[in-house]
Write a protein that binds this ligand. Structure first.
Ligand SMILES: C[S@@+](CC[C@H](N)C(=O)[O-])C[C@H]1O[C@@H](n2cnc3c(N)ncnc32)[C@H](O)[C@@H]1O
Length: 234
């Protein structure tokens, strides 16, 4: 990236506070944001909410194999890596700037060993086939274009075929009451559980020192394989 582009990069710091008795007072994640109107160039409110969920479950993360899809600037994935998960970041194979954002976010947080791969939802590509088994898939604000909903679930379902106990942790912004993934979940033998924001301290306008969640209506759900419907015996 040239000097001119670098000048368009700003910085936001997200601060997650530790509880009493834990070592250190806080964990900070610094996210470089590009001054550009493309979707994957900056942090979306959903990302702060998903990061808060990860922070709340940080004790479960060490050594978990985590893949973030549609990562953009990757706040949740970077936090997961800082909490000890083995993270892979991904965004559309057709958006190299977004893949560059994933790499830059790792660099700015001194994280090494996090592969960044181009994964376009719905495509069974060599990159998807090459992934190791994944325990947790992260997706923050990926359900924002109804035309993509089935492709996202197809990618998730493909990964769960290999690892039936994998979970898809995802946050979405309520943009239209008419949008639903219910029929698609049924079609792909998936099921979903809503996670109330108050159960992980995200029912606030300000999270991790950021006012980004504000008054946006963000919700969290966990999608898993409906093992009975999928005829899973493992
Ligand atoms: C609304 S942004 C959310 C970015 C980030 N997850 C966040 O919450 O801050 C949607 C992200 O999905 C990515 N994306 C869009 N279409 C995609 C596709 N077909 N396959 C994979 N990623 C895609 C975009 O590049 C962008 O990073």
């Amino acid at each position: 990236m040239g000097e001119e582009s670098e000048a368009r990069i700003g910085e936001r710091v997200y601060t997650f506070l530790r509880g009493e008795g834990e070592e250190g007072r806080e964990m900070c994640v610094t996210i470089p944001e590009v001054l550009d109107c493309q979707y994957g160039m900056y942090v979306w409110p959903c990302a702060v909410v998903l990061a808060q969920y990860l922070w709340c479950h940080r004790k479960d993360l060490p050594n978990k194999r985590v893949l973030e899809v549609g990562a953009g600037v990757s706040l949740p994935g970077v936090l997961a890596a800082k909490c000890g998960a083995k993270v892979i970041l991904s965004d559309s194979a057709e958006l190299p700037q977004c893949l560059e954002n994933c790499r830059r976010s790792c660099n700015w947080n001194n994280i090494t060993g996090v592969p960044v791969v181009g994964l376009t939802w719905g495509e069974i590509s060599p990159e998807l086939l090459d992934l190791p088994p994944i325990d947790i898939i992260l997706g923050s604000d990926v359900f924002y274009e109804p035309k993509d909903f089935e492709d996202i679930l197809l990618t998730v379902r493909f990964l769960m075929e290999r690892t039936p106990r994998a979970e898809f942790w995802t946050t979405y912004q309520v943009r239209s009451a008419d949008w639903s993934i219910e029929a698609l979940l049924c079609k792909w033998n998936l099921k979903c559980t809503g996670v109330p924001l108050k159960t992980f301290g995200a029912d606030r306008e300000c999270l991790a020192g950021s006012e980004l969640p504000g008054r946006h209506t963000v919700q969290m759900m966990i999608i898993t394989l409906d093992r009975e419907a999928a005829g899973c015996t493992a």
